[in-house]
Design a protein around this ligand. Structure first.
Ligand code: ATP
Length: 305
């Protein structure tokens, strides 16, 4: 019996691992809105992360022959630092994260993590090393606890509670009947955009990836929720190599470097203060956004009278 049991047990393990890999790829595809096109090279090795040093070196990319999307993009994210990418809609910002996850490959140039070309490593090891907090989090039709534990299956109850606290979703969990055992999704609790994003942050805290990609929500969140999420994101990115795909400039002020991407080219780069001093595209975007926010405040003030 023992002899039979062990192989079955092993098969169970393999099944779970394979299922997990499929879920990961399905989930990432859903998150990034892409179908995986790239497969591992026959001689692919696992990525060995030492410090989490990320580099894009002269990256050129197009989805089809008709249009270049990235034209020679180079930047460096030293270990533990944060680089924010801003720029108009369609500039190619999210494409950078799709290339980093290797859903697509550049046709020229390369992307390296700790000196290893990501084209030469296994996708599973690459995606293990990268955590993503997407704009729109996909939740499983399962419990709240399952959705958080997804970050790391071996996590203990105490670790889950701590991740939830850091992500500031603990108050929400405490307020729902059944707490972590509450069902979410189609036949359960419906979470707001902000709550879902905090579940994603808790997941990422558990995963503790070397490299983090934050795709900021474009959807309007109320100011209080936005601040709470920003605090949680700041906490998860502290000391971790981070790329922020930013839609609001207020969240990039503290980045170590800001890249302004326009039509696939980095047209300006520097710190917030440095870029404001240049009075170029970034400072124009900043002023425009400030005016829009002031107008919104004014409207809100009028509405509340
Ligand atoms: P936003 O701020 O609106 O999210 P973005 O800067 O992130 O924009 P990307 O999503 O990187 O822009 O897209 C860059 C360009 O590539 C866009 O013009 C988009 O239409 C195009 N694009 C994106 N995905 C595909 C695809 N799968 N096939 C062909 N073109 C695509």
């Amino acid at each position: 019996m023992v002899q039979l049991y062990q192989p079955l047990n092993f098969m169970g393990l393999v099944y779970r691992e394979v299922k997990q890999a499929v879920i990961d790829i399905d989930m990432m595809s859903a998150i990034l809105g892409q179908t995986p096109e790239v497969s591992d090279r026959p001689d692919a090795l696992p990525l060995r992360v030492t410090e989490g040093h990320l580099r894009f070196e002269d990256v050129w990319f197009r989805y089809d022959e008709k249009r270049e999307i990235l034209k020679g993009v180079s930047f460096d994210v030293p270990p533990g630092k944060t680089v924010a990418v801003v720029g108009p809609s369609g500039a190619g910002k999210s494409t950078l994260s799709r290339l980093l996850f290797r859903f697509y490959e550049p046709y020229r140039g390369r992307i390296t993590v700790d000196g290893q070309d990501i084209a030469a490593v296994t996708q599973a090891s690459l995606r293990d090393a990268i955590g993503m907090v997407p704009q729109d989090t996909v939740l499983f039709n399962d419990t709240l606890g399952y959705n958080i534990r997804y970050g790391r299956w071996g996590a203990s109850e105490a670790e889950i509670a701590e991740a939830a606290r850091l992500a500031q979703i603990d108050g929400f969990v405490a307020g729902v009947p059944d707490g972590y055992a509450a069902q979410v999704g189609e036949r359960g609790l419906k979470l707001s955009g902000g709550e879902k994003q905090r579940v994603a942050i808790a997941r990422t805290i558990l995963k503790a990836p070397a490299i983090l990609v934050l795709d900021e929500a474009t959807s309007a969140l109320d100011t209080f929720t936005e601040r709470e999420i920003q605090d949680a994101l700041d906490r998860v990115s502290r000391g971790r190599t981070t790329v922020v795909i930013a839609h609001r400039l207020s969240t990039v002020v503290n980045a170590d470097e800001i890249l302004v991407l326009d039509k696939g080219v980095i047209v300006e780069r520097g710190t917030h203060d440095g870029l404001l001093g240049r009075r170029g595209i970034y400072s124009a975007m900043w002023n425009q956004q400030r005016e829009a926010e002031a107008a919104e405040d004014l409207l809100r003030g009028i509405a509340s009278v």
